[in-house]
Design a protein around this ligand. Structure first.
Ligand SMILES: [Mn+2]
Length: 488
């Protein structure tokens, strides 16, 4: 009976595999590709002889025997893979007792054993049926999405003439970059016999969106009824149905729809090619997947636009982000123009700050050395302390209080030069019952959540409604009278 190693023993070895049925054998086959240092232990003499014939290091031992690890080199990893539930559990315990630092990967014979094996010290416990099931589902999903990519490819290849790509109203970077990507795919497929026109309605609002369009030199035109009529085919991106937040009439026949918003009417399938995935973080992610699956070459502009589209729609990967969104972003990153990307993101931020500071200067009110200023609605509340920092430098100002409103709260920021005043304590006393407040003697902040007010659409209006009683609390704390305010 072979119970000693045929390839000679060493002090240390990479892997020991316990149990060499069909699962064990497949694991061994994969391990020997990585390292020749594999010892296989099985209780079946015939099986071990077969393995030895195939030049594996195999020995006959019973893993229920307490001394089954005796005389064997110290392994890095032990795989416990027999089909005996109790034997596997005992083996894991023994290995961990003898070699606490050795990694143990164990096979659960049923679902219940998973936690028992983990409790016994297994570093990884797997139930093969579950691994198979997960893999099958994952592969099926991939199959489905790559089939969609091929379907789109095939569909575009049959088109000739003009494809109008319609964006949603007031298009954002996700929508615009998705249109650019669809254009790039169409060009690749049809060898430039299909002309693409990107059509939008509404306004390109935020500064950074305008910077995005200008810097990437994106050709877009207004989605007039004429322009739409001139197109032989219509695609809708980042919008799920004609007439829903886009320039198309509802009921208009659409050839392609790619979107990640929830379809309001589940039964409506108005496009001939429809790929709507409410789970995806951005339509740009779906487009990136097509590009990846189809091996379409894209230029730096398209890659930069798509990455920015994903970043913007997922709020820098903090909103509705899936592992796939991160995957596609990683795929795009080496293809992008990083200078261009930073130009799109940074100047616009500075501009918003500049505008907010401008408002802060314009709206300032001075009263007995206290300066109050309304910064208005801000997307990024960091500009409020910047406004306070700026205005405390003004002559005649001892304490500067800047306030503004964001999507979910009012932010108050204070700076103070008056040594008799501890502004952190003042804010705390004034506002801690309605929000969070506090800070130091010379700088402090308060945040008042809007809660029930959050449904009010016009934030500026809301701020003007609620700010007076709020500021009165501050005035009461510092003993500020109701004297006339005088501007400086
Ligand atoms: Mn989107």
């Amino acid at each position: 009976m072979p119970d000693s190693l045929q390839n000679g023993s060493k002090d240390r070895i990479k892997y020991i595999v316990l149990g060499c049925g069909s699962i064990g054998y497949n694991v061994v086959e994969n391990l020997v590709r990585d390292s020749e240092q594999v010892i296989v232990i099985d209780s079946d003499v015939k099986r071990v002889e077969d393995l030895r014939d195939q030049n594996f290091d195999a020995i006959v031992r019973n893993i229920t025997d307490p001394g089954f690890l005796n005389d064997l080199p110290l392994p890095e990893v032990v795989f416990v893979l027999s089909n005996d539930k109790n034997a596997n559990l005992e083996a894991v315990k023994r290995i961990k007792e003898k070699y606490p630092s050795v990694y143990v990967v164990a096979r659960a014979v049923d679902k219940l054993s998973l936690s028992l094996l983990e409790q016994a010290g297994a570093d990884i416990a797997l139930y093969p049926q579950e691994v198979f099931a997960k893999n099958v589902v994952h592969l099926t999903r991939r199959l489905h999405s790559s089939r969609l990519a091929r379907k789109l490819y095939h569909y575009l290849s049959e088109m000739e003439g003009t494809l109008g790509i319609v964006l949603h109203t007031n298009p954002d970077p996700d929508s615009i970059s998705s249109a650019m990507a669809l254009c790039a795919i169409a060009k690749d497929v049809t060898d430039k016999q299909l002309n693409c026109r990107i059509l939008y309605d509404g306004k390109i609002g935020h500064q950074e969106n305008r910077a995005f369009v200008t810097l990437l030199d994106i050709e877009m035109e207004k989605a007039t009824a004429e322009a739409i009529d001139e197109c032989d085919y219509i695609a809708l991106v980042d919008s799920s149905a004609p007439g829903e937040n886009n320039a198309l009439e509802s009921g208009k026949e659409v050839d392609i729809i790619v979107d990640h918003h929830q379809i309001s009417d589940q039964n409506s399938k108005p496009g001939r090619f429809v790929d709507v995935r409410p789970g995806a973080g951005a339509t740009a992610s779906i487009m990136t997947q097509y590009i990846q699956e189809l091996g379409v070459n894209i230029d730096q502009k398209v890659a930069t636009a798509l990455l920015y589209g994903i970043r913007a729609d997922t709020k820098e990967f903090t909103r509705n982000t899936t592992p796939q969104d991160l995957n596609y972003a990683a795929f795009l990153l080496p293809l992008t123009d990083s200078d261009l990307l930073s130009k799109i993101t940074s100047p616009s931020m500075a501009l918003e700050t500049l505008e907010a500071l401008g408002d802060a200067i314009k709206n300032r009110k001075l009263q007995s050395g206290y300066l109050f200023t309304n910064v208005g609605y801000v997307r990024n509340r960091d500009v409020i302390p910047q406004a306070a920092d700026l205005l405390i430098q003004l002559e005649g100002v001892n304490t500067a209080i800047a306030y503004g409103i964001g999507d979910d709260s009012i932010t108050i920021s204070a700076r103070n030069k008056d040594i008799r005043l501890h502004v952190g304590n003042v804010l705390k006393d004034a506002f801690s019952d309605i929000g969070e407040a506090g800070g130091h003697a010379n700088m402090a902040a308060a945040r008042i959540p809007l809660n029930s007010f959050s449904m009010v659409k016009n934030k500026e209006e809301l701020l003007s409604l609620v700010i007076d009683p709020i500021l009165e609390k501050f005035a009461d704390q510092v003993g500020l009278g109701k004297e006339e305010s005088n501007e400086i």
